[in-house]
Write a new protein. Structure first.
Length: 285
């Protein structure tokens, strides 16, 4: 009899100059992080859900000031559907941890160019002080940066196109012309794209246009289970435990892991656990 295929997704530890030397929970003590500065932990997108990438981000220093293009822009450039919209759920934050998103006031392209060249673009961003439970949706074309001392779970369109405007003098490539071609020099719509969640509880976080995302606490009651079933249907989805463990197609998946489920019915939630559910949505060209 053939061995059952594990629903767990392969994990990739990614070194970054702004990463951490000691991984926090739920990865504390992982020998793969020894002697390395790990900034991101990726879960390789499964063949059934190639449109989404889920990852953890850990920062000990500021990330670059950057921007991502939209699907429409990458399609127009002949790059295929490679736009990137993403969202962040803060899971841990230092006492002065901040996320920079959007500008204090509208910025023209030439002013943005000059600010990127002299570094003052950092001060032009609005830096939001954050705590665990803060949730931000980042539309494509939004100029943004992650500050030091933040741990987030990021759910994103599966694209690796990132244009750096400013990188604090690190010896990495910048993409000034590409950035200016797609960046919006506008304030961020905080009222629309930010939520401050409590440490627990169920929450519908995203419903389109590119993916849906929910946080589920413990065992869903009948009403929530019916609502999730109606939204997620019979299509594959990705489940990421934030605390505790659950079962996906008979396999235990604990915090620090991520798995693919053929349908919502394949997930057995557990008391005391907390997880994210994510599923791509069809988007017309």
């Amino acid at each position: 009899m053939a061995a059952a295929i594990s629903p767990a997704l392969p994990v990739r530890l990614v070194e970054k100059p702004w990463g951490v030397e000691v991984l926090p929970a739920p990865f504390a003590g992982d020998p793969r992080g020894a002697g390395r500065r790990i900034g991101e932990i990726w879960f390789e997108p499964p063949a059934a859900v190639p449109e989404l990438l889920l990852k953890y981000i850990f920062s000990s220093d500021k990330l670059s000031v950057q921007v991502h293009p939209s699907d429409a822009q990458t399609l127009a450039q002949g790059l295929g559907r490679q736009g990137k919209e993403e969202c962040w759920l803060v899971i841990d934050a230092g006492p002065d941890a901040r996320l920079g998103i959007g500008f204090h006031e509208p910025v023209e392209p030439e002013a943005m160019r000059a600010a990127a060249l002299d570094g003052s673009i950092e001060q032009m961003l609005v830096w939001h002080q954050v705590q665990a439970g803060d949730f931000f949706y980042i539309p494509a074309n939004t100029v943004h940066a992650i500050g030091a001392g933040v741990s987030v779970v990021e759910v994103q369109q599966n694209s690796d196109i990132t244009y750096r405007l400013f990188d604090y003098g690190r010896p990495r490539a910048l993409h000034l012309e590409e950035s200016l071609a797609v960046a919006l020099g506008t304030p961020y719509d905080l009222a629309r794209h930010h939520r401050r969640l409590g440490p627990g509880g169920d929450a519908q976080l995203v419903e389109g246009p590119y993916f849906r995302l929910d946080r589920v606490e413990g065992l869903p009651d009948a009403g929530l289970r019916a609502g999730l079933a109606a939204r997620y249907g019979h299509a594959p989805l990705v489940v990421l435990p934030l605390a505790g463990a659950l079962t996906v197609m008979g396999a235990t998946v604990a915090a620090g892991g991520c798995a693919i489920a053929s349908t919502l019915a394949d997930i057995a939630f557990a008391p005391g656990g907390q997880c994210l559910l994510a599923q791509p949505l069809g988007v017309s060209a």
